[in-house]
Design a binder for this molecule. Structure first.
Ligand code: ATP
Length: 234
């Protein structure tokens, strides 16, 4: 579904991605792991069109994404839940969800809001509350709900469990798996490597802007280098 070949990208003279090659098959969960600063968020921004690659190929369902503006990337079926969630804190929960659908013109938006409420009942209870008054876990649910309002075929999740309590983390991972089982393909960036590899089908390891290892998630979880560097040696 998504193919990335030898992509380089960065910020001015900083080359954050040097050689990223990655493939996300339709229907799968692919996990991208790597240390702080390895280039994971940069990869997500490059896929969305927030950064333009300096080299390489980037295609989604056979169409090149290079030079495609962000709103068109969303229109093609890719949504990003960014690191740090970036929900609109001074808008209500409901308004945040409506923002996620602002590019749509079809008549099923209300129906989709109801589906988000069904998935996250707490958001229905708090629909008139300002986004900023929600707990961290609820804000993450809102950020995921907002991304789903664009009806993505491919959902990019950048550190969805960051800063959340263990029980909430378990909830978020369960929801990611459910969303995938209902037909959405997922590219997941996580520091929580153990849990990410548990739900993923495939995984890629990124080091200083390069893909150094990839394979089935269970094989990556058993790789001695991954165990030593990301799984506390266990
Ligand atoms: P983290 O988990 O810490 O977010 P990451 O793997 O997502 O790590 P990136 O955020 O992609 O890493 O950063 C890759 C490199 O690019 C780092 O060296 C970082 O300092 C640099 N970088 C990231 N964002 C910017 C920016 N807006 N301007 C300049 N340099 C940046």
């Amino acid at each position: 579904m998504l193919q990335i070949k030898q992509v380089a990208a960065g910020y001015g003279s900083i080359r954050a991605l040097k050689d990223l090659s990655l493939s996300v098959p339709e229907g799968s969960i692919v996990s991208l792991i790597g240390a702080n600063g390895a280039g994971k968020s940069t990869a997500m921004k490059t896929i969305m069109g927030l950064l333009r690659p300096q080299f390489g190929e980037l295609t989604f369902q056979g169409r090149s994404l290079i030079g495609v503006p962000v709103h068109q990337v969303v229109g093609m079926g890719i949504s990003l839940v960014p690191e740090g969630r970036s929900i609109l804190t001074r808008m209500t929960v409901l308004e945040n969800l409506e923002m996620g659908a602002h590019q749509r013109t079809d008549s099923t938006i209300q129906q989709d809001i109801q589906s988000v409420f069904k998935r996250f009942p707490i958001l229905e209870e708090r629909q008139q509350q300002l986004g900023g008054t929600l707990s961290g876990g609820q804000q993450q649910m809102l950020a995921i709900g907002r991304a789903l309002m664009a009806r993505p075929k491919l959902l990019l999740l950048d550190e969805p469990s960051m800063g959340l309590a263990p029980l909430v983390v378990a909830d978020i991972f369960r929801v990611i798996q459910e969303i995938n089982q209902e037909g959405t393909t997922i590219l997941l960036v996580e520091q929580n490597v153990r849990q990410a590899l548990k739900i993923a089908h495939y995984a890629y390891v990124l080091e200083t802007g390069k893909t150094i290892l990839h394979g089935k998630a269970e094989d990556i979880a058993n790789d001695p280098r991954v165990m030593a560097a990301y799984l506390g040696g266990s």
